[in-house]
Write a protein that binds this ligand. Structure first.
Ligand code: GLN
Length: 242
């Protein structure tokens, strides 16, 4: 943070924004603006170096081939790892989440190394693709309301001992391991399978990222009636009997 200005970096929109993940950048930007913060947003294409000076990095979901290309380029670039070593916050979705882990199975069926920023390992699920609405309880220490989102992935993610599951699902598959976990996090790096886009459906997560970036315990309240209406609509739709 410098001069009331927050640096928001959206990583590789050309490869990883298949499921409306741009919405996550818009929500962080909007909620920062509502708190009087200026946001310098950098959309970093995969042929450009990732800046190391960001406060918050967002990385979205993608199909299997773009996911491999993104992992190769991020490993070669190295700057996301440098930024995290300097304390940057990263919020990742689906393919982005898998890339932040130790490895995942790529479109060629091979083990592809990730960045190792989050203690998770992804394999290819043998069963049906995980597709559908998700509801979950976010890990208690984070103090956030119920998680809602939409998942669409074949990968299955195992959370290692240095990370915590981000949530426990009430509905849906989440990490797909059958243990009810969804996503993972450590001090500043977060991963989830939730699309939606997830921050539009769960703006309190965007506020958590802002609090971490600003190093504050609370932010001024904003009018969340629109978000609440959307959340309630999605929760009602997801829990309606078929
Ligand atoms: N390609 C990955 C999988 O299917 C991620 C998909 C996604 O980002 N939605 O597991």
């Amino acid at each position: 943070m410098s001069d009331n200005s927050l640096r928001l970096v959206w990583v590789y929109p050309d490869l990883l924004s298949t499921y409306g993940d741009q919405g996550n950048a818009l929500v962080v930007e909007r909620r920062a603006n509502q708190r009087g913060l200026h946001v310098e947003r950098h959309d970093v294409r995969s042929d450009q170096p990732v800046p190391t000076s960001g406060d918050i990095y967002l990385i979205g979901g993608g199909e299997d081939r773009p996911q491999r290309l993104a992992a190769e380029r991020l490993r070669r670039d190295g700057n996301l790892s440098r930024a995290v070593a300097n304390g940057a916050i990263v919020f990742s979705v689906c393919a982005g989440y898998q890339i932040l882990g130790h490895e995942f199975i790529n479109d060629l069926g091979q083990r592809e190394p990730g960045l190792g920023l989050l203690d998770v390992t992804s394999t290819r699920g043998e069963g049906e693709r995980c597709v559908g609405d998700v509801l979950g309880d976010i890990d208690e220490p984070l103090g956030l309301p119920q998680l809602t989102g939409f998942e669409n992935h074949q990968g299955v993610t195992h959370v290692g001992p240095s990370a915590r599951p981000f949530a426990r699902v009430r509905l849906g598959k989440g990490n797909g391991t059958g243990d009810g976990t969804e996503g993972a996090y450590n001090d500043t790096v977060f991963g989830t399978y939730m699309h939606g886009p997830v921050l539009a459906r769960n703006p309190q997560i965007a506020d958590m990222l802002l609090r971490l970036a600003l190093d504050v315990n609370a932010l001024p309240q904003v009018d969340d009636r629109w978000y609440e209406a959307l959340r309630n609509e999605r929760i009602a739709a997801a829990t309606q009997p078929a």
